[in-house]
Design a protein around this ligand. Structure first.
Ligand SMILES: [Zn+2]
Length: 306
């Protein structure tokens, strides 16, 4: 029996028992709003970043880790970087860095022109819990985030995967929201190749019929959408995982980050009055280090550099 949980900002894992497939339905509202309103992003950047949030959400609960999972697109086009990370507790944040004029010029041409040459990096960082950092990287030149993720699953994991995403504004509040369904083959499927293909083909046909409105949730819970789409495939849902927007930055972490710079570079970051002003790229929170505090940091850095 699936736990009852509000239908927004959740990941709902499910199985398609007859088809031997598993999947996740991700629906984000507050999280998308939080991430996109921390900065004034142009519309095409907002849409792509919202899509990346949904894709990162599809890993929550599917990957066992203690720490942070992140999806990162490093690109050479008008968009330089897009990062989303989520903790094992479902706390999610993200940001994009881009050249505003270049984005405006390339917006009409779509994601291919916005990203240009690019790589997608998937990282599981468990160092805070005494574990390791693992990373997989694939080239995704000119692909939108969901197509990029499919390249990763095909090349690195070799797991048949399909995904549908939708990004749009709530008609009442005007807030951004985003959603998606990811479907994947289960490991260890021993059925005949032909039977597997037949089920996969049917599920893909059903998946193609889902509308943006159904994904985004105009009055329909994720469970109702899943049942509508896949009832012939024996859909079974599991406990949902809640996603909460939030940023883990704090003054101490920023201080630790600053201490890693060579003293010369720290000096270069000082403003006229000798202070350093750091803005968190994720949440736009500001951290001001007064001149005396910066003197202390420079002294510590010079000390540790010896
Ligand atoms: Zn922050």
């Amino acid at each position: 029996m699936a736990e009852r949980i509000a239908d927004r900002d959740i990941v709902r894992p499910f199985h398609l028992e007859r088809a031997h497939l598993r999947g996740r339905f991700v629906r984000l509202e507050e999280t998308v709003h939080y991430v996109l309103t921390a900065h004034a992003y142009p519309e095409p950047v907002s849409r792509l970043l919202a899509e990346l949030l949904v894709l990162a959400g599809s890993f929550v609960g599917a990957l066992k880790f203690t720490g942070t999972f992140s999806l990162q697109i490093r690109a050479e086009g008008p968009i330089r970087l897009m990062v989303v990370d989520v903790t094992n507790d479902g706390v999610m944040r993200g940001y994009a860095s881009f050249d505003e004029d270049a984005v405006e010029g390339a917006a009409e041409a779509g994601p291919a022109a916005l990203f240009g040459d690019a790589v997608l990096a998937l990282t599981v960082d468990q160092r805070a819990a005494g574990g390791q950092m693992q990373q997989g990287i694939v080239r995704i030149d000119g692909r939108r985030p969901s197509d990029a993720l499919l390249v990763y699953f095909r090349q690195s994991e070799q797991i048949p995967t399909a995904v549908r995403t939708a990004v749009g504004r709530d008609p009442l509040t005007g807030h951004w929201r985003a959603a998606g369904i990811l479907v994947q083959a289960m490991p260890g499927d021993r059925r005949e190749e032909e039977e597997r293909r037949e089920h996969w083909r049917r599920v893909m046909l059903f998946l193609q019929t889902v509308t943006e409105a159904e994904l985004l949730g105009d009055g329909l819970s994720p469970d109702r959408v899943l049942f509508r789409l896949f009832h012939e495939e024996g859909v079974r849902v599991f406990d949902a995982v809640r996603i909460t927007p939030g940023c883990s930055c704090d003054r101490e972490r920023v201080r630790t980050m600053l201490r890693q710079f060579p003293p010369g570079e720290l000096e270069g970051m000082r403003r006229e009055d000798g202070s350093i002003d750091v803005t968190c790229q994720f949440c736009s929170r500001r951290y001001l280090f007064e001149a005396a505090a910066v003197d202390g940091l420079v002294a510590e850095c010079s000390g540790s550099a010896r």
